[in-house]
Design a protein around this ligand. Structure first.
Ligand code: SF4
Ligand code: FES
Length: 229
């Protein structure tokens, strides 16, 4: 199931740890994450979330402080992975460690404080499972402040800026024919392999893409340096 098919869900009082696992596991998997291999720790974090649900009405993160502003706090409703893709990809887990990247074998190695990488360090950010995108499909992916159009052509994946250089049209809503992506607004066409277009000085940015473990990764550079939990 793809991220696009996962509307965020509200949980009622009486929700159990098993209920949370049933919902969160496929959601996280579609983003390239899984529950920590430390199962007792997972149950402790989820038990905290159930207490927070009873007190606040939603499954807010146990290791973050709520601001009281619903627009801000939506970014720390669990699983908050879509809002923090580049940070979590860099530290290979979510802040609490409830979720680990699909390619981490032992979650116990990742407990405690994690150092954010030096600015400019390449980070491979999981963005989709291979099985969730058919050939010809284009999807908008937000990675930090970057708006990226992720495209599949045959067995190959490509990542380009989602923003058309003509009048900022959303390229992920355009049509992909082979390697040519047509903007839905006025028809400018871009080659997703190179970001080039026929219009002068209007090429778009491309991002390196890798696929491993059945997951597509887009490479971005680490931003400012900071310590995260
Ligand atoms: S940091 Fe982890 S536990 Fe906290 S809300 Fe995000 S995904 Fe859930
Ligand atoms: S905005 Fe893309 S062609 Fe006009």
């Amino acid at each position: 199931m793809s991220e696009e098919q996962h509307p965020r869900r509200l949980f009622a009082h009486g929700t159990t740890i098993a209920d949370l696992k049933e919902y969160m596991e496929p959601f996280a998997a579609s983003l390239g994450y899984r529950f920590n291999t430390e199962t007792e720790f997972v149950d402790e974090v989820l038990a905290s979330e159930i207490e927070i649900l009873a007190e606040s009405g939603d499954v807010y993160c146990p290791c973050r402080i709520r601001t009281g502003d619903p627009k801000q706090d939506v970014k720390i409703i669990c699983p908050c992975i879509p809002f923090h893709r580049d940070q979590f990809a860099a530290i290979r887990k979510c802040w609490c460690g409830l979720f680990i990247r699909h390619d981490v074998e032992d979650g116990a190695e990742l407990t405690g404080v994690a150092e954010h990488p030096e600015p400019g360090t390449p980070i491979d950010v999981p963005v989709s499972r291979v099985e969730d995108m058919a050939s010809g499909h284009v999807r908008h992916v937000k990675v930090g402040s970057r708006d990226i159009a992720l495209a599949r052509s045959g067995d190959d994946f490509f990542a380009v800026s989602n923003v058309c250089r003509h009048a900022y049209g959303p390229l992920s809503e355009g049509l992909l024919d082979g390697h040519l992506l047509t903007c839905p607004w006025h028809g400018w066409r871009y080659d997703v392999r190179t970001g080039t277009t026929d219009h002068p000085d209007a090429d778009i940015r491309t991002y390196p893409v890798t696929v491993h473990g059945g997951v597509v990764h887009v490479q971005v550079q680490a931003a400012s340096k900071r310590v995260v939990r």
